[in-house]
Design a protein around this ligand. Structure first.
Ligand SMILES: CC(C)(COP(=O)(O)OP(=O)(O)OC[C@H]1O[C@@H](n2cnc3c(N)ncnc32)[C@H](O)[C@@H]1OP(=O)(O)O)[C@@H](O)C(=O)NCCC(=O)NCCS
Length: 187
């Protein structure tokens, strides 16, 4: 199911099919991707774990009515899935409790780095979210993850330093985009 389209991309649900599951495994088994993600259970070590990961994402977003999700970024020209873009409430200091702060995030396969896909996908998603009246969208980044901080900056997000409000109190570089005059337009 398509969530959004941009000039070069289709943002869609990850599917329970062999191609998508293989791609999930290929992305989330790679240390160069997972070293920056705090999520437990990564890197994946067995292709069978891809279906579990997808089931976890679906369960996480089951009550979100399509507003929040962990979606595949498909390149329109090639059909290649570049990676994941996500929008969701941030878990708080107590990881079990979701806050009202909304996070945008991006995880690409290394074969799809360097094309602007993360920025293009996130820009569209953030614009849609801010258009609903949400005041702010956050990106939180492990210190040292320069490539991810560069995406946040390209989106026009403001760096507000390191904060410990989310993900169990982990110290994370925090970027925020506030709706209104500086909000990105759709592309
Ligand atoms: C973070 C991550 C998504 C960034 O990927 P990326 O490819 O650098 O980011 P984008 O998709 O926005 O692409 C931007 C790059 O494409 C280049 N580019 C090439 N063609 C472009 C085009 N047509 N339009 C825009 N940018 C283009 C840009 O110049 C930029 O490269 P540069 O940084 O060398 O200047 C990637 O490094 C990743 O998946 N890392 C592992 C997971 C991770 O850390 N996720 C974030 C957790 S907080």
């Amino acid at each position: 199911m398509t969530v959004l389209t941009t000039r070069r991309l289709v943002l869609r649900e990850w599917a329970v099919d062999p191609a998508d599951l293989a791609r999930i495994f290929d992305i989330y088994s790679r240390p160069e991707v997972t070293r920056w993600l705090g999520a437990p259970g990564l890197p994946l070590t067995d292709p069978a774990q891809a279906a579990d990961r997808l089931a976890m994402w679906r369960e996480r977003h089951a009550g979100h009515g399509g507003r929040y999700g962990t979606w595949a970024i498909e390149v329109r020209d090639t059909g290649v899935v570049a990676g994941t873009v996500l929008l969701k409430p941030l878990p708080g200091r107590d990881e079990g409790t979701l806050t009202e702060d909304i996070e945008v995030g991006w995880h690409l396969h290394p074969d799809s780095w360097g094309h602007g896909y993360a920025t293009e996908a996130a820009r569209a998603l953030v614009a849609r979210e801010l258009a609903t009246g949400t005041r702010e969208v956050y990106a939180v980044v492990a210190p040292g993850n320069e490539a991810s901080m560069a995406v946040a900056r390209r989106l026009g997000m403001t760096h507000v330093g390191r904060r410990t409000d989310w993900y169990g109190g982990e110290e994370l570089e925090t970027f925020v985009l506030t709706g209104g005059v500086n909000a990105p337009g759709p592309r």
